[in-house]
Design a protein around this ligand. Structure first.
Ligand code: OXD
Length: 311
């Protein structure tokens, strides 16, 4: 029986090993960089593109599982070894974490929290005009696993929610739009724009001066996708001109964001360090082990990455 190679930051290795063994105690697990005999490695469970070049040394590798939802980093050269399928995670806890982070920021902006914090700092007792949930229109870029969950959560609270995707999608209670015309139509009505798209050549830079300019004046931006979705200078310009009233950003280009970047100290920017959600190994382990078994038996894999689509 072949072995499973785990490759991620050293602090995560033992947790992943224990999570996989809890599902299948018979697995033979090797921790990067102690892979032992190269011909024994059958599956690799990795987080990060830095391992891809080295994976070419394992002649019997049948499966790569990426320990996250986004795969943009795996698509770039050198990419995975030719012919080796790559699966990603579709994990309920990861999705839940993202949807919670979106909700946190939707409510932050909707309930005027930045303004109330400023009033508190100035010791001013002042009630702001009450916000109306049914009038705060939310536009979500990306209606996949994560975007769909965030859309449902916001709709459940009574916000009017629109969702934009590449191909037409049907989600009860969500106004679904697609294509170039659908994008512009959604932007024009998005008081809060949320980006949860996969990063592909088509979606790179989708948040830019043109698209930000289509938003209603004083809109808010929430980006939990990837830093590459946004032209960061265009966000700053929109914040400084007042076109955008605030931005909650979890993702940047590059990461970590350099300490001198204006986002760090911008009064209208609410940053988290790519920490909107996490992969919890114990939650993700069953689908990873399922794929390890399937690859071993030559059965069809689940959650395969479609490299032509880029996600
Ligand atoms: C992911 C991430 O894609 O953590 O899972 O960004």
């Amino acid at each position: 029986m072949g072995a499973v190679l785990l490759a991620t930051k050293p602090s995560g290795l033992a947790m992943w090993r224990d999570a996989l063994l809890a599902v299948d105690p018979a697995l033979e697990i090797r921790l990067w960089p102690d892979w032992g005999r190269e011909e024994e490695i059958e599956s690799a469970v990795i987080w990060g593109a830095q391992y891809l070049a080295e994976l070419r040394r394992f002649p019997d590798l049948r499966l790569i599982v990426s320990m996250g939802a986004g795969v943009d980093h795996l698509v770039l050269p050198p990419g995975p070894p030719p012919g080796v399928p790559v699966a990603r995670l579709k994990d309920g806890m990861l999705t839940q974490g993202m949807a919670e982070w979106v909700l946190l920021n939707v409510l932050r902006f909707h309930r005027q929290d930045p303004e109330y914090r400023a009033l508190q700092a100035a010791r001013v007792w002042e009630e702001l005009p009450p916000p109306e949930t049914a009038k705060r229109r939310i536009g979500i870029l990306g209606l996949g696993e994560i975007g769909g969950a965030a859309a449902r959560l916001c709709a459940h609270l009574g916000f009017p929610v629109m969702g934009w995707s590449r191909r037409p999608k049907d989600q009860p209670g969500i106004e679904a739009l697609h294509g170039a015309a659908g994008l512009d139509a959604m932007l024009a009505r998005s008081d809060i724009l949320v980006c949860l798209l996969p990063l592909t050549p088509e979606t790179r830079g989708i948040i830019n001066a043109r698209t930000l300019g289509l938003l209603p004046p004083g809109a808010f931006l929430i980006n939990g996708g990837r830093g590459g979705h946004a032209v960061q200078e265009d966000i700053l310009a929109a914040l400084d001109s007042g076109a955008l009233a605030g931005a909650a950003l979890d993702v940047f280009e590059p990461e970590p964001l350099p300490p001198e970047h204006p986002f760090w100290v911008h009064p209208k920017v609410f940053m988290t360090p790519h920490a909107a959600s996490f992969t919890i190994p114990s939650s993700a382990a069953p689908q990873v082990v399922e794929n390890i078994h399937r690859a071993r038996d030559g059965r069809p894999l689940i959650n395969l990455v479609d490299f032509a689509a880029g996600y």
